[in-house]
Design a protein around this ligand. Structure first.
Ligand SMILES: NC(=O)C1=CN([C@@H]2O[C@H](COP(=O)(O)OP(=O)(O)OC[C@H]3O[C@@H](n4cnc5c(N)ncnc54)[C@H](OP(=O)(O)O)[C@@H]3O)[C@@H](O)[C@H]2O)C=CC1
Ligand SMILES: CC(C)=CCC[C@@H](C)[C@H]1CC[C@H]2C3=C(CC[C@]12C)[C@@]1(C)CCC(=O)C[C@@H]1CC3
Length: 327
């Protein structure tokens, strides 16, 4: 039987590579590319169908950064499909990133150099802004829009006769110290990306605790450090070209430098092949690539606790009520 797989942010990078891998490596996949820009979505579909003639690929207009767009897209999905098997919550942004070159240089000569390259801890800040819903843009795109989508798709995800999986593309940059329950949107700080990714780790745990009994399972993935539009936005392109040999060299010391979107999609694809009941709700599934270029998936325990995750879940439900009231 065909399995319906929805991928947000499917028109480029890791999302597009995942779609390519699903069509190449699996049979009976019905894809729905959920993208904000329909021209880019069309281009992605054409590329997928050029390499997989006859592949079942639908498009859906979805801007996860806009409450109204999520509600309209969910309504469309409920009209089109009777169930969803996999929902990849992959769309994400890192606006106006700034690299702290002083910290980078200092880190190069410290014992933490591998950790620094794997997580970018202490290296990156971003400048966020408020969107037209009055919400922080990074929080809405990376977390809240996806949360709302899950809530809206409950009738398709939670069915008595089958299980469904929601899979978050989180990051090694997710860090507890960047997140605060007093400021879940990260209005105050300078690391909204790190905060939003940590929030997705917490939320995934809460979703498992609240929804496993309805057949919905949530998992978290880290794709590693991948060269995509997102990373190309961090430094000027010529700089990346210049340091590319160093990047391949770094891979000899840290398996988190997956570098290509194909490699980065490893854990996302691996999860497609697993029974959701067999997965650990407290682990993040990492795409890793060895120095010799071998891809594999490894679960690593997340720095999350039950009380924090439950509190965030309840805060998000409250926020959802508020935004619905304001529509
Ligand atoms: N690259 C890396 O090293 C890492 C990436 N990640 C995560 O991987 C995910 C995919 O990013 P990646 O492939 O790297 O980067 P890309 O920029 O290539 O892909 C991001 C995708 O998200 C889409 N998107 C952004 N904002 C919205 C929105 N409001 N509504 C709908 N779609 C949107 C983009 O669409 P559009 O083309 O219209 O902008 C694009 O398709 C992100 O969540 C990112 O945080 C995590 C760890 C490391
Ligand atoms: C010599 C060399 C490789 C310099 C690059 C330094 C930095 C720009 C990178 C070092 C670690 C990278 C990293 C990311 C972005 C680029 C770096 C900061 C991410 C934050 C990209 C998005 C993520 O979700 C996690 C990545 C962690 C590592």
């Amino acid at each position: 039987m065909e399995r319906l797989v929805i991928v947000t942010g499917a028109n480029s990078g890791i999302g597009l590579a995942l779609c390519e891998r699903l069509l190449t490596e699996d049979t009976g996949v019905h894809l729905c590319l959920a993208c904000r820009n329909m021209q880019r979505a069309e281009a992605a579909r054409s590329a997928l169908q050029a390499s997989h003639p006859g592949a079942h690929v639908d498009l859906l207009q979805l801007d996860v950064g806009s409450v109204q767009s999520v509600l309209t897209a969910a309504q469309e999905l409920r009209a089109r499909y009777s169930k969803v098997d996999f929902l990849y919550l992959n769309a994400g942004i890192m606006p106006n990133p700034q690299v702290d070159f002083k910290a980078l240089f200092k880190g190069l000569f410290s014992r933490n150099v591998i950790h620094m390259f794997a997580t970018a801890e202490g290296l990156l800040t971003q400048q966020d802004r408020v969107n037209s819903d009055g919400l922080q843009e990074v929080f809405t795109t990376n977390l809240f829009g996806h949360f709302l989508l899950i809530r809206e798709l409950e009738p398709l995800l939670c069915q008595s006769d089958h299980t469904s999986s929601v899979i978050w593309t989180s990051s090694s940059n997710a860090r507890r110290s960047a997140f605060s329950l007093e400021d879940i949107q990260h209005k105050e700080g300078k690391e909204p990306y790190s905060s939003s990714k940590y929030a997705s780790d917490l939320l995934s745990l809460a979703l498992n605790q609240h929804m496993n009994n309805q057949g919905l399972y949530s998992s978290v993935v880290c794709p590693g450090m991948v060269m995509t539009n997102l990373t190309y936005g961090i430094l000027p392109p010529f700089f990346w070209t210049l340091i590319m040999p160093i990047m391949w060299l770094i891979r000899l010391f840290t398996n988190t430098f997956t570098i290509t979107p194909f490699n980065g999609a490893e854990a996302l694809h691996w999860l497609f092949l697993q029974k959701p009941q067999s997965l650990d709700p407290r682990s993040k599934y990492h795409s890793l690539t060895s120095g010799l270029g071998k891809n594999y998936t490894q679960p690593r325990k997340m720095d999350v606790d039950d009380l924090m995750s439950k509190t965030l879940y309840l805060d998000l439900i409250e926020l959802e009520k508020e935004v619905r009231r304001d529509l």
